[in-house]
Design a protein around this ligand. Structure first.
Ligand code: SF4
Length: 380
């Protein structure tokens, strides 16, 4: 039985290389970043709040903040990475504020009955696949409505449309519907603690069926995948594999002043310089081209002579065509399709790279491997 989770699928969609390191090679990363560290401590504290409530113990806000501080100190280690211009203390204060605001907002915490905290289970998707369910807090009200509650400690507030498309809690609601057939409705609730804001969404039976189909489709894609390239994005800055990732390793080596890394830096600087020069020349050439065309039109000539070379100015026609089946059929009917249709080699090579072509097709191709070298910003 293969087990998948929302974060496992999310990792595959975000970066296949990260997926390979984490779930296939099972490489444990030393790097821990401050945001998830703070998030974990906040989750632990809110878990304590509701766990104690089950035993009729109502913690005061101060007691909870003491618990948070103790958990913070106990788990803190000097290798935790802080990427931004803030300190660990700033993050600690943020966590305390989240708990404090939540406490003031929901005290005395009795409008829902807690059924589970950090609830963990597996939802069967088919005979071979299970989906990992982990709910921060599962609750219900007296009318038979169930609530899948999720605490968010990130500093961006989602918009309602994003939440209506969210897959994680929607998958969990499938599990709730299966486990609690008496559920009149399953509400998905996000607590954006940085904004002291609660947002709610819900899914219809059709939407859940579609989501289940899509999830199984991604799982199929994962199981067929044998090529795991890196995909860089702003999320790389939170990736625990960044120091060993080929897309970033050189930056780390530079920070450590490794000699081979400095050789690479020199090559990159020279290449980037030439690239800038090339772009400048190309822009200048375009401007000159415009002037040459104007001159040729004014003089009604088709060639302009320099000292050693001549520049020919000839008109050309650029066309666009309807990308429809009707148009293709028309070309075929008129017997010109074979003359004008070409195979899109870019798409073909992308399919070769992704291993998306049948063997019979691949065996007909002759492939030449090369490298693409392009210039980008340091933080790309
Ligand atoms: S740092 Fe970025 S590119 Fe590298 S593994 Fe992580 S997510 Fe992928």
């Amino acid at each position: 039985m293969t087990k998948y989770s929302h974060s496992k699928l999310g990792t595959f969609l975000q970066c296949k290389y990260k997926y390979k390191l984490q779930y296939i090679d099972k490489i444990k990363a030393d790097l821990e970043t401050i945001e998830p560290f703070m998030g974990k401590r906040v989750h632990e504290t809110l878990e304590k709040l509701y766990k104690d409530l089950k035993f009729q113990k109502v913690n005061s806000k101060e007691e909870l903040l003491v618990f948070f501080n103790i958990a913070w100190n106990k788990n803190w280690h000097e290798d935790i990475v802080i990427n931004k211009e803030y300190t660990a203390e700033n993050y600690r204060e943020m966590g305390k504020k989240f708990i404090s605001d939540y406490y003031d907002h929901y005290k005395p915490f009795n409008h829902l009955t807690t059924l589970g905290l950090e609830t963990q289970d597996f939802l069967p998707l088919d005979e071979n696949t299970q989906f990992h369910v982990r709910i921060d807090r599962l609750a219900c009200d007296k009318e038979g409505n169930y609530y899948v509650c999720d605490y968010k400690t990130n500093s961006s507030l989602k918009v309602q449309e994003d939440l209506d498309e969210d897959k994680q809690l929607a998958m969990y609601s499938l599990w709730v519907k299966q486990k609690y057939p008496d559920a009149k409705s399953v509400k998905l609730v996000w607590y954006f603690l940085a904004f002291d804001k609660e947002m709610i969404s819900e899914r219809s039976a059709e939407q859940l069926l579609k989501l289940k189909r899509e999830t199984l489709h991604i799982i199929k894609e994962i199981e067929a995948c044998n090529n795991f390239p890196t995909t860089t994005s702003p999320l790389c800055h939170y990736c625990v594999y960044k120091p060993i990732c080929p897309a970033w390793r050189h930056e780390f080596a530079l920070e450590e002043q490794q000699e081979e890394a400095l050789d690479g830096k020199e090559l990159a600087d020279t290449y980037a310089q030439l690239d800038t020069e090339e772009k400048r020349i190309s822009k200048e050439k375009e401007e000159l081209k415009e002037k040459l065309i104007s001159f040729a039109q004014k003089e009604n000539i088709t060639a302009i002579f320099g000292t050693d070379k001549k520049i020919s100015i000839t008109p050309f026609v650029s066309i666009s065509y309807p990308k429809t089946e009707e148009f293709i059929n028309l070309l075929k009917e008129k017997g010109v399709y074979e003359d004008v249709a070409t195979i899109n080699t870019q798409k073909l090579s992308s399919k070769v790279r992704k291993n998306e072509l049948p063997e019979e097709v691949i065996s007909q191709l002759s492939t030449e491997h090369g490298w693409s070298v392009r210039v980008g910003k340091r933080r790309d």
